[in-house]
Design a protein around this ligand. Sequence first.
Ligand SMILES: [Cu+2]
Length: 343
Amino acid sequence: MNRGLRLSLLTSALLVTLSSLKASAHTIFQEMYVNGVDQGHLNGIRVPDYDGPITDVNSNDVICNGGINPYHQPISQKIITVPAGAQVTAEWHHDLTGANPSDPADPIDASHKGPVIAYLAAIPNATQPTVTGLKWFKIWQDGYTPSTATWGVDRFIANKGKVTFTIPKCIPSGQYLLRNEIIALHAASSYPGAQLYMECAQLQITGGGSTQPSTVSFPGAYHGTDPGITINIYYPPVTNYTIPDQKYQAKNLLRKNLCHLKETKQEIIFFMLRRIVKPERKYGRVKPYISITNISILDLAIGTIRRPASQHQHPKLHYQTPRSLPFSKPAGYLRSRHKASQN
Ligand SMILES: [Cu+2]
């Protein structure tokens, strides 16, 4: 055996030893705070006894854990009350015993780079055992920051295992599961390799609104081929990381606050009603020129509507789209008052 080969074998053996050490350095979401108020250790959260990961994204275990890592008994029957719009903090530690400052792998081993993510799903009863078939929507995520080359997990470690985010104020009141998740990517260069850690907290959300966010299913939201699931984070160096579940992200999360779209839609509809219905009332008639449901939100957002030059003129509606944009006037949406009066 030549020296180079012996050295490379030694190196591989060392790497195997290192990675098996790291493989036991897992983590569990085990305590919650609502607007800074501690809800108690293990209270209202379905926690497993063992801190191991889920690597099969198609398994039901990816919903709330508890399959290959059986739940700690008895499962907490507490339902945590959270006012919509509240800030909640999820606290994670290396094992179920909680914070351990002398453990270098608490809250998680530093090798476990990756995003930290939070989802909600409405559920008839937050303590019911069945968690399949729920509709999940992402409310928060912390992925990779290229400018500092840091991951959500780096910030999570700096905050001693705590992550804080807002429960959207516009979602309906009721019982929910909060699915808090870490995707550790230290061994994710082939699938299955990414280590998914997740637990579900049992919530009663109060004082909410009526927005129904876009949703995804678990399992189903993630795929082994997703660039956020299968990625070599060592080489080539990461310049950009795509957190899984882009469908939801595109629809809701890029607006930073999923309540914002609803408010914007309402503002635009009120804006239109002021300028469309009101002129008609002056002529003793309430007959909108325009079918609001037929107009895409994008058309509305980029268009402008002018009020009539004078109250005594025909309140003809002008709908304009900026010339620089490749959108034409939506056909059939608008009728002049002249035509409307002939009906
Ligand atoms: Cu681990």
